[in-house]
Design a protein around this ligand. Structure first.
Ligand code: ZN
Length: 455
């Protein structure tokens, strides 16, 4: 049986009681593990577990970019004490919001890629652990998977919705009590080994930009022209990629990677009897899996191809990404007219290279899903342009940069001070325990009650 926190609570005693033995559930005697909207409790007296179903809650999804995160976890980077104090306060407030089940910080594979490039391994690991800890151990799905989810919906002619299901396997709006120690360090390891190399990638981006600027097949005088040029390139490149992938799958589907003709089920069954049933079962299973996944992939690619040829409509994230790319190309093209793209590697990366592209990925992928997002000044300025606003203005996401960081703090304060329904407040008291202030208040209340009952 599931108990709501309200059912475990007795108002006259102002305490929670074990449903099994009736003893008081002290906040220190409570341990919980989390699964969807279902928490399991444990009584220290009778040592029996019981299940709790807390009320539904809705958290704010907050996406913090790497610029902001390094401000939170690397105080030495701030130029003065005022900035240090500000970021210390912001970190405290974000932690409180997470702890109070009011916010989920969204951490992505793009963060992992950026943080993995910090040269000192110790600093890089520590930074990542701090970030993942703030996100309660949760890292979102890869940004490419999120973009594919949107494209799938477009092809299926479904309504444009931006559900958390695109971002996470588990509902972020479920209760997440307790302290989680999940480092997710493997993300860094993979990126260190296979992630894009800073210098090579920037050189590659420079080469692509120069080629795009010199390509005379389309006018690139205005931002709009650059944008439609990028969109056309995107469709053409995707179609080329589909063609390549389809050939690869066709090879699989007809040749079974060198196995030859696919055996029939009867033949497979015969093989199975010759080689032991267990082996045969596994083989049949594997063949069906291979066939169905190849076919599924092939069919998806084909429908994507038809869609792109017929409709040429792009998903929201791709449109935002291409808007950023269009603006980047327009800027680069202007810079080329005035003497060329900067040779300074860091400046190049920030204006046109890997940093700029990662900013575009952060925003284009996650802005449709989250309630607020911090971005650096350069990205903030791009967001304000008419072209990008066309694809962002109807979304709920509010952007903050160093320009309006005070507004971000005000927003966090508002969230922290928001009044909550009684059942949510009680569930929090039971599941996440007391804050120091509440603890003091609670002790005072008990003392006062004892005095009253004696008096
Ligand atoms: Zn008990």
């Amino acid at each position: 049986m599931d108990y709501t926190p309200l059912q475990l609570y007795r108002k006259e005693k102002d305490s929670f009681f074990c449903p099994e033995c009736g003893e008081v559930l002290g906040f220190q005697k409570f341990a919980a593990s989390q699964k969807e909207n279902d928490v399991s409790g444990f009584c220290k007296h009778c040592r029996k577990p019981f299940r709790i179903s807390p009320p539904y809650i809705k958290k704010k999804l907050i996406y913090l970019d790497s610029w902001f995160l390094s401000g939170l976890f690397n105080p030495s980077k701030h130029p003065n004490q005022k900035q240090k104090d500000l970021y210390e306060r912001l970190l405290k407030k974000l932690n409180q919001l997470v702890h109070h089940q009011k916010a989920q910080i969204v951490v992505s594979d793009i963060h992992a890629q950026e943080i993995s490039r910090i040269p000192d391994k110790y600093d890089s690991d520590k930074f990542w652990r701090d970030v993942v800890c703030l996100a309660m151990g949760v890292v979102s799905k890869d940004h490419t998977d999120i973009q594919v989810s949107q494209m799938r919906r477009l092809i299926a002619n479904e309504e444009e919705v931006f559900s958390w299901k695109d971002l996470f396997d588990h509902n972020p709006h479920s209760w997440n009590p307790g302290i989680k120690i999940i480092t997710q360090l493997w993300h860094l390891g993979i990126n260190r080994q296979f992630g894009p190399r800073y210098q090579n990638t920037n050189n590659g981006i420079r080469w692509i930009l120069e080629n795009q600027i010199n390509d005379n097949s389309a006018p690139k005088e205005t931002i709009e022209q650059c944008f439609s040029y990028i969109c056309r390139l995107w469709v053409n490149n995707t179609l080329k990629g589909i063609d390549f992938k389809k050939k690869d799958l066709e090879f699989h589907l007809t040749n079974r990677s060198g196995i030859g003709k696919v055996p029939s089920f009867e033949e497979l069954e015969q093989l199975a009897t010759h080689n032991g049933k267990d082996w045969g079962d596994k083989f049949i299973y594997w063949m069906i899996e291979l066939e169905s996944s190849c076919e599924k992939k092939y069919n998806f690619l084909e429908s994507l191809e038809n869609y792109l040829i017929d409709k040429k409509e792009l998903s929201r994230s791709v449109l935002i990404l291409n808007a950023f790319e269009g603006i980047r190309l327009h800027r680069a093209s202007n810079a080329m007219k005035q003497g060329g793209l900067t040779k300074h590697e860091k400046k190049f990366s920030e204006r046109y290279g890997l940093s700029a592209i990662n900013d575009a990925f952060h925003i284009s992928t996650y802005a449709p899903y989250v309630d607020s997002m911090t971005v650096d000044r350069n990205a903030y300025n791009i967001i304000q342009t008419e072209l990008v606003q066309k694809y962002l203005s109807d979304l709920k996401c509010v952007f903050y940069s160093s320009k309006n960081i005070e507004d971000f703090e005000t927003w966090l304060d508002t969230l922290l001070n928001e009044k909550e329904p009684e059942d949510v407040r009680l569930a929090k008291r039971l599941l996440i325990g007391y804050t120091v202030e509440e603890l003091i208040e609670d002790v005072f209340r008990r003392v006062k009650r004892n005095l009253n009952s004696r008096g």
